[in-house]
Design a protein around this ligand. Structure first.
Ligand code: SF4
Length: 439
């Protein structure tokens, strides 16, 4: 394929080819999915693949494809994280439509061992998880094809609101979206008219179905894809980033964008799976959300019944004693630091760790300076959400201040405090002559 000189580091598609795409987009009626698809087959013949998630509505596109050619390769991203019902649905659809070449694309075992050895990468860095489990396997498979077909529709998200029938990708492939103008009612009517099988999870309230950890039920009136990566700042898995002029890539320590990575944990900045409670959130369905103490107390019944991971957000003066016994049910507890001069959160952290033996993530949130990081750690924090850009830059550059002598000891640690009367002091945690423990 003809490529002109690279611009901004990316090869630019041939202009004539781009103009051809514009012309193609003008050729078809908005709802003429069969015509768009037939044109794709005509243009690309054996150079065409279908990419399907075998999700809630995938069967519509696959039926349209099967009407033209049952031999065409259908690529299914078998991420290793699908619902069992999705894997069953693949077999049901294959049988019903007579598709001959459904290929399951699995992630590289070496990549999974390297980047996701515990299988929990989706929690801390879903972009990288999708990159390892979806983008990389698909990119490898697409090398054999000049174009591919997707089942995306405009109504699914606002980002997809201007999706055309034909796209030219940054790697000069043609991407075809025959259903781009279809409405949800069109999809339902087509399924009914052709007696197509329904994904088993649709009956349970799922409207868009991807990997099990990142998919939840959608409420009435919600965006159909609202159940995907709920609570995370993520709407696409990365295989379609071309359309939004973004290129998917695995994020390394060096190219993490500090603007959207404020969470410092385990010695590095990482993507944050948690979000803050927002007005209008439903206590029964929120997930990966830090719920303020007042909200927890007002909606305790619904939140206790909520099956998703939840966190607690505390202000520096919040009476944590009121829910001390409940703390272990939170996967993460955040304590707000409105100003770097405000030390109340340190006391709260020690209370949570020492009196209530809380063992989950404890994060300091707010105005944090680099010199304070070590003190946060001593008080039991194991994660920091840092507003201050200079602090983030210093930590990213490895500028973590360390101190070996402390004027004020913390509990549970055998630190020898420095001071004016060292002969009266002994390591904390050691019993004094009266048998009582010192603080
Ligand atoms: S959807 Fe979730 S589990 Fe699946 S690849 Fe993406 S982040 Fe990982």
């Amino acid at each position: 394929m003809a490529l002109v000189e690279p611009m901004n580091g990316l090869p630019q598609p041939d202009r004539l080819r781009a103009l051809g795409i514009v012309a193609l987009n003008g050729m078809f009626d908005e709802k003429d999915a069969a015509g768009v698809l037939a044109q794709g087959f005509e243009l690309l013949r054996s150079d065409l693949a279908i990419v399907s998630s075998f999700g809630a509505d995938s069967v519509v596109l696959l039926h349209l494809v099967a009407e033209i050619d049952r031999q065409v390769p259908v690529l299914f991203l078998d991420t290793g994280k699908h619902f069992a019902q999705t894997l069953e649905f693949v077999e049901i659809v294959k049988l019903k439509l007579g598709l001959k070449h459904v290929r399951a694309l699995q992630p590289s075992a070496a990549d999974v061992a390297r980047f996701d050895p515990t299988g929990n990468l989706w929690e801390s860095d879903p972009d990288s998880c999708c990159h390892v489990r979806k983008t990389e396997p698909l990119n490898g498979a697409l090398k054999s094809f000049g174009g591919w077909v997707t089942g995306r529709r405009r109504y699914q998200t606002s980002d997809r609101g201007v999706l055309p029938h034909f796209e030219l990708t940054a790697d000069d492939r043609i991407k075809i979206n025959p259903l781009s103008y279809w409405t949800f009612d069109d999809i339902v009517a087509y399924k009914r008219a052709h007696d197509l099988p329904e994904h088993p999870l649709v009956a349970e309230g799922y409207r868009s179905i991807g990997c099990a950890p990142c998919t939840s039920v959608v409420a009435e009136g919600e965006d159909p894809r609202a159940g995907r990566w709920r609570g995370l700042n993520k709407a696409e898995c990365g295989i379609h980033f071309d359309f939004n002029s973004k290129i998917a890539a695995h994020k390394t320590d060096n190219d993490l964008d500090e603007a959207d990575h404020k969470l410092f944990k385990g010695g590095r900045f990482v993507g944050d799976p948690w979000r803050r409670w927002a007005e209008g959130d439903d206590p029964a369905t929120v997930r990966f959300t830090h719920v303020p103490l007042a909200v927890w107390q007002a909606h305790a019944k619904a939140l206790v019944a909520n099956p998703h991971p939840l966190g607690l957000m505390l202000g520096p003066d919040d009476p944590v004693e009121q829910i001390g016994a409940d703390l272990e049910r939170f996967l993460s507890i955040g304590i707000q630091f409105p100003a770097f001069t405000d030390g109340r959160g340190y006391t709260l952290a020690r209370l949570i760790r020492e009196r209530y033996s809380y063992s989950g993530e404890l994060r300091a949130v707010g105005d944090i300076l680099v010199d304070q990081v070590v003190f946060f750690r001593r008080c039991g924090f194991d994660a920091l959400v840092i507003d201050d850009r200079a602090t983030r830059a210093a930590l990213a550059a490895g500028g973590l201040a360390e101190f070996s002598v402390y004027m004020q000891p913390v509990g549970e640690r055998l630190e020898v405090p420095a001071g004016t009367r060292p002969f009266l002091r002994r390591p904390t945690g050691e019993e004094n002559s009266q048998g009582a423990k010192r603080d």
